[in-house]
Design a protein around this ligand. Structure first.
Ligand code: GDP
Ligand code: GDP
Length: 455
């Protein structure tokens, strides 16, 4: 039964696992005046203009929650993106590119009465490179007669154009049905959602590192409630524990407390449980035991935590067992095997005695704060400008790729996109990542830097 529960998605109380997932994101792109704002209003079911045509008004992004057929999705409108925070005029294709970067699918709006223009074609080229599902919409098809005009949009090579009239609503339902077909249930690109309530911690680590001991020590008499969902007969899965005067949610503690010893496939189930817990959490505490050699399993679990994109704290447990001899080796192990997570805060603890258990909260706070962080576009570009002028990209074959500008596409965890004139060397990208960390901190959070080469 337990195995079946694990395979069916883990120890879930039916609410928590999906709670941190974001609605899928649909970006609406197209050149000015094709009717994007009108279409946004139509989809949202309102009449007033969403985008005010006030010159000089700048917005980093314009997002709305939309509904269709009982499903929610996020609509990203690029109408207000004529200028970025520094007042630099972005090309239409670049604006679209930022939006597409943050989206699961794209609605490309073309003016069917005008037909295909060079701007439309530039956007299509960009969409081809990025490889996200695209729905082509021919707007301003106000009546049946005009539908024939929309057929010319096949010429863009994006398949069937959907003829709509954003003003009259014609064809919009069919278009939205198609949108729902291509959007995933949850977003694959948006960061983890900020939910209300206590921060969520996944306490993970291989068997016997001390997870249940630590949980007992932390919960102690301060354990607030064993969280249960009314009306279900299922096991409680999470525990609410008060630390540092605040309540935290330790997710999937049932998996820790119900000590399982499966003869076969124990590794498989352990990693499945680890992944389930990470899915539900905002921050991972990876527990390592200092009295034993860092094992492959330790490293694998740590890797799962990093790949999950959650905030990360390393806790070195069983410090009371550390002698001088072992300590020497431990330091070497940390240097060799944990070099790639130099950015994660470390705490040395003893779950048995409770030594240093109060050091966990500051580390968790630091990691979560950085995980949540968003660097304003202006500040990011000031940083990039300085970095590039001090350390320009090396010249390769007579060419020197330049960074035009960058933006933080999402947080939780922070993800950055750089727009460049050519491919950046992997070494140079690592350099930028390191500098980002040095300048902005980001202790305790993975960060991602990707690039988009401008044609
Ligand atoms: P955006 O710049 O792409 O956001 O375009 P807008 O939504 O501001 O629309 C540009 C112009 O096209 C406005 O004058 C709209 O009234 C007009 N427009 C938008 N959709 C339609 C449509 O379906 N039919 C017609 N005839 N005009 C439209
Ligand atoms: P889990 O499998 O990760 O939940 O590990 P347990 O909490 O069950 O701990 C495994 C063993 O390590 C138990 O015998 C614990 O008493 C012991 N242990 C856990 N933490 C410490 C610690 O900080 N110091 C010492 N000396 N022993 C510990």
């Amino acid at each position: 039964d337990e195995d079946a529960a694990l395979l069916a998605g883990g120890f879930d109380d039916g609410t928590s696992e999906d709670a941190l997932r974001q609605n899928p994101v649909l970006a609406i792109v197209g050149r000015p005046n094709v009717g994007k704002s009108t279409l946004v209003n139509r989809i949202l079911g309102r009449r007033e203009a969403v985008v005010e045509d006030t010159p000089g008004v700048t917005r980093d992004r314009v997002q709305y929650t939309a509904h269709w057929n009982g499903r929610d999705f996020t609509l990203v409108d690029t109408g207000g993106w004529e200028r970025d925070a520094r007042g630099i005029h972005l090309r239409v294709a670049e604006q679209a590119e930022i939006a597409v970067e943050m989206a699961d699918a794209v609605l490309l709006v073309v003016d069917a009465m005008v037909g295909i223009t060079a701007s439309d074609e530039a956007i299509v080229r960009m969409l081809r490179r990025i490889k996200k599902p695209v729905i082509l919409v021919g707007n301003k098809v106000d009546d049946l007669v005009q539908e024939a005009e929309a057929a010319t949009l096949w010429g863009l090579g994006l398949g069937e154009p959907y003829p709509v009239s954003a003003v009259h609503g014609r064809g919009v339902a069919d278009m939205l049905d198609k949108v729902m077909d291509v959007l995933p249930e949850f977003s694959a690109v948006a960061g983890v959602e900020r939910t209300g309530g206590p921060r969520r911690i996944a306490l993970i680590g291989r068997p016997n590192v001390g997870k249940s001991s630590l949980l007992n020590k932390l919960a102690g008499t301060d354990r607030v409630v064993v969280d249960n969902v009314a009306g279900t007969t299922r096991d409680p899965v999470d525990e609410l524990i008060e630390l540092g005067g605040r309540t935290w949610r330790f997710v999937d503690t049932a998996g820790i407390r119900r000590r399982q010893h499966m003869a076969q496939g124990a590794d498989f189930y352990a990693s499945l449980r680890t992944q389930t817990a990470l899915e539900k959490a905002e921050v991972a505490v990876v527990l390592l035991a200092v009295d034993e050699i860092l094992s492959e399993q330790d490293v694998r679990i740590l890797q799962l935590a990093i790949e999950s994109g959650r905030a990360l704290v390393l806790a070195f447990n069983k410090w009371d067992l550390l002698d001088d001899e072992r300590r020497k080796y431990l330091e070497r192990e940390i240097e060799q095997d944990l070099a790639h997570v130099y950015w994660a805060p470390r705490v040395n603890i003893s779950a048995k005695t409770g030594w240093h258990k109060d050091r966990l909260v500051p580390a968790l706070d630091l990691a979560l704060e950085n995980w949540d962080r968003r660097i304003p576009t202006g500040r990011l570009n000031a940083f990039l400008g300085e970095l590039v002028s001090e350390h320009p990209h090396p010249v390769r074959g007579g060419k020197q790729p330049r960074i035009l500008f960058g933006t933080q596409a999402s947080s939780r965890p922070p993800k950055f996109v750089l727009f460049t004139t050519g491919f950046l060397d992997p070494g140079y990208r690592r350099f930028i990542t390191r500098r980002l960390r040095e300048t902005f901190g980001f202790e305790g959070t993975p960060i991602e830097v990707s690039m988009r080469v401008r044609e």
